[in-house]
Design a protein around this ligand. Structure first.
Ligand SMILES: C[S@@+](CC[C@H](N)C(=O)[O-])C[C@H]1O[C@@H](n2cnc3c(N)ncnc32)[C@H](O)[C@@H]1O
Length: 209
């Protein structure tokens, strides 16, 4: 049975995210993706960066089945591990020792606005425990700048999120980065992306090792 899901946004944003990743990914080790969704990003990035191991994860079983099917479909079973069940709030995250040892970065795409604020806190807290000095956490999605929406479409999107769940919503970059600081992350770069999105690169700083 084909359980692959197709998320239209992934087709639109995969190339621009790949460009950002190509500037931060080193040619060895593993990347842990949090909230991998359908798995379409995972297989694309695994193929773009064959020297690393792309480890997907998602708390949702339907999404994990889709990810597994995408791995099969793209014939990446010999390269890519099966998705992990990670809910950022269920700490500590259960990750294989091999992954912990080889980890070079953590990526989360379009996750923190469809989860409560506590999930952002947990994401930084657990990432801060797993990552070493100089390693990165990359967030991608819509964000507010100076607590203001950067477009009318983001404003409408934010309202639609809040109608689905009052605790969801487009986050303010400064608030996210302030939270990151508490867990040892320095905001290295904010990159404007197509369709009113941003990539934010955080680096783990030494004193929090
Ligand atoms: C909008 S989808 C984005 C999926 C994928 N990253 C993409 O860009 O297509 C949000 C994803 O975050 C996951 N998610 C929601 N709450 C989460 C949590 N507490 N911990 C980890 N992932 C979560 C959902 O299951 C879903 O797969």
């Amino acid at each position: 049975m084909d359980n692959r899901l197709f998320f239209p946004a992934t087709q639109r944003n995969k190339n621009s995210i790949k460009e950002v990743l190509s500037k931060v990914i080193q040619k060895n080790g593993s990347i842990l993706e949090i909230g991998s969704g359908s798995g379409e990003h995972g297989v694309v990035f695994q193929k773009c960066f064959p020297e690393i191991i792309w480890q997907t994860s998602d708390p949702d079983l339907v999404h994990r089945k889709s990810i597994s099917n995408w791995i099969d479909y793209e014939e990446l079973n010999n390269k890519m591990p099966q998705p992990l069940e990670i809910d950022v709030e269920k700490v500590p995250w259960k990750i294989p020792l091999k992954l912990a040892k080889s980890l070079q970065g953590i990526v989360s795409i379009n996750m923190i606005h469809v989860a409560k604020w506590d999930c952002t806190i947990s994401l930084f807290k657990e990432s801060g425990k797993l990552l070493k000095e100089g390693q990165f956490l990359l967030l991608y999605g819509p964000f507010k700048l100076g607590n203001k929406h950067i477009s009318q479409s983001n404003y409408f999107f934010d309202n639609s999120l809040k109608m689905q769940n009052a605790l969801w919503g487009v986050r303010n970059i400064d608030s996210v980065s302030d939270e990151g600081k508490k867990h040892g992350f320095f905001q290295e770069n904010i990159i404007s992306m197509p369709a009113n999105n941003f990539s934010i690169i955080y680096r783990k700083v030494s004193r929090f090792k």
